[in-house]
Design a protein around this ligand. Structure first.
Ligand code: BTN
Length: 255
């Protein structure tokens, strides 16, 4: 059912990545891992793929990457008890991915609400979290070795290779990501709040933004802060504060 891993992987985690399965091609690691969860996959299971032909992004978008260029994986969390705090997992995950890239590659990613990872204003990684019952599937797509030509249709996207100027070995990077994700998830379950670490890396706070709600017309405002529940507080031009739980934003000077 699964394929042999295309590289050697030295995991230093305790529970995340056990088991770790690889598929050279799949429709979507999120969709397939959800199916595995329905059949009893346990917490910490990771599904990695070299290529997705129906990769899913936030807001119903697709996530398209050339084969073997990226890290595309989903991980399964099955907390004993699902609480409202789990709505903070998008922030926890974004902080963990940012910290792994900081310590492993000395990069300085910023986070665009809720959990896009940007490098010099361009998106290099996306996170899609989907829950069903108490199964939480966290999907991470990180553009690693794409050349410029692979991103011509995505002018706002970048890859680690383009940022650093050289190609990156995926295996040690994946090990670093899983190690940092496990550490932050453990701390989160023990009561850590991700807001401050998220704020330190946030790009939108204090800036004029366009808000694209999931329904209705775009509107303008100023991004104020992240709320305790993980929503983004935006001051509407013309008055009134809105707590956004979903939707898209863009910096107004770039729009
Ligand atoms: C976004 O829109 O920014 C989220 C993109 C998430 C993409 C990843 S790739 C691995 C996992 N499987 C999917 O189908 N999507 C996520």
């Amino acid at each position: 059912m699964f394929d042999p891993l295309p590289f050697e992987l030295h995991l230093t985690t305790r529970w995340l990545g056990y088991p770790l399965h690889f598929l050279s091609e799949v429709d979507s690691t999120n969709r397939r891992l959800k199916e595995m969860a329905d059949r009893g996959a346990t917490t910490g299971t990771v599904l990695l793929a070299d290529h997705q032909h129906a990769g899913r992004g936030r807001q119903g978008r697709s996530w398209l990457t050339p084969p073997a260029s990226s890290l595309l994986f989903s991980l399964l969390l099955r907390p004993a008890r699902l609480t409202e705090r789990h709505a903070l997992l998008p922030l926890v995950t974004a902080v963990a991915v940012a910290q792994a890239l900081e310590s492993h590659l000395a990069l300085q990613p910023s986070i665009k609400w809720p959990n896009d990872l940007l490098f010099g204003g361009r998106k290099g990684a996306g996170i899609l979290i989907e829950s069903e019952g108490n199964s939480i599937v966290v999907g991470i797509g990180l553009n690693v070795n794409q050349e410029l030509g692979a991103l011509t249709e995505l002018p706002d996207a970048t890859s680690l290779r383009l940022v650093l100027g050289h190609s990156i070995e995926r295996s040690p990077l994946l090990a670093a990501l899983l190690q940092t994700l496990e550490a932050r998830y453990d701390e989160f379950e023990a009561g850590w709040e991700p807001h401050e670490a998220w704020r330190q890396r946030a790009v939108l706070l204090g800036k004029p933004v366009w808000v694209y709600p999931t329904e209705g017309e775009r509107w303008q405002g100023t991004a104020l802060d992240i709320a305790p529940d993980g929503s983004l507080l935006v001051e509407r031009d013309g008055g009134g504060q809105v707590a956004l739980h979903a939707g898209e934003m863009s910096l107004r000077e770039l729009a």
